[in-house]
Design a protein around this ligand. Structure first.
Ligand code: ADP
Length: 157
């Protein structure tokens, strides 16, 4: 069974992330969404809330697990014995950042292969940063989020 990890901050999970997940499930039997957080860096949503948003966003999609972690992503991959890591690419800037990370990860854990999935044209402008900015400024972020996600219900959870 081929399993991949899809790591990220997911602060919060967006339609762009969901699109990458769906593509990853075309390649892998199982995908583990791994919510990475840094105890010294506060996000808008707590790790627990980010997980709740993801679980509510992927209802009806099989073969997906959601976990949270701190520390190096390669250490989690080793721990879970996962050899594939999925990342999404929107822009050439994403590519340059991701290229360096994937090469560093490979140096630290030779068994890992990073698989890049291109953003779909309709979602490539979406980022968690934009969603957070819209929310902080009182806007409606619905168009960026998976169907049925009422983000205001998760704030202050
Ligand atoms: P990180 O802080 O690790 O970049 P993110 O939650 O911002 O975490 O993103 C996780 C992954 O999802 C990254 O590989 C990112 O490039 C990808 N991603 C984010 N938004 C999109 C999108 N709209 N389309 C495709 N990939 C995306």
């Amino acid at each position: 069974m081929k399993t991949a990890i899809f790591p990220g901050s997911f602060d919060p999970f967006t339609l762009g992330h969901l699109d990458v997940l769906r593509s990853a499930l075309m390649l892998f039997d199982k995908v583990i969404i791994a919510v990475g957080y840094n105890a010294t860096k506060n996000g808008l949503f707590t790790p627990e809330t980010r997980i709740k948003i993801i679980k509510d966003s992927i209802k009806g999609i099989d073969n997906v697990e959601v976990v949270s972690y701190t520390g190096l992503t390669v250490n989690l991959c080793k721990e879970l014995n996962v050899k594939y890591m999925v990342r999404g690419l929107r822009t050439t800037t994403d590519f340059e950042l991701e290229r360096v990370i994937s090469q560093a990860n490979k140096k630290m854990y030779d068994d890992i292969l990073t698989v890049f999935i291109p953003a779909s044209s309709e979602y490539s402008f979406i980022s968690s940063t934009v969603v957070r900015d819209v929310l902080i400024n009182g806007g409606d972020a619905k168009i960026f989020l998976p169907e049925g996600i009422e983000i205001k219900n998760y704030i202050n959870q």
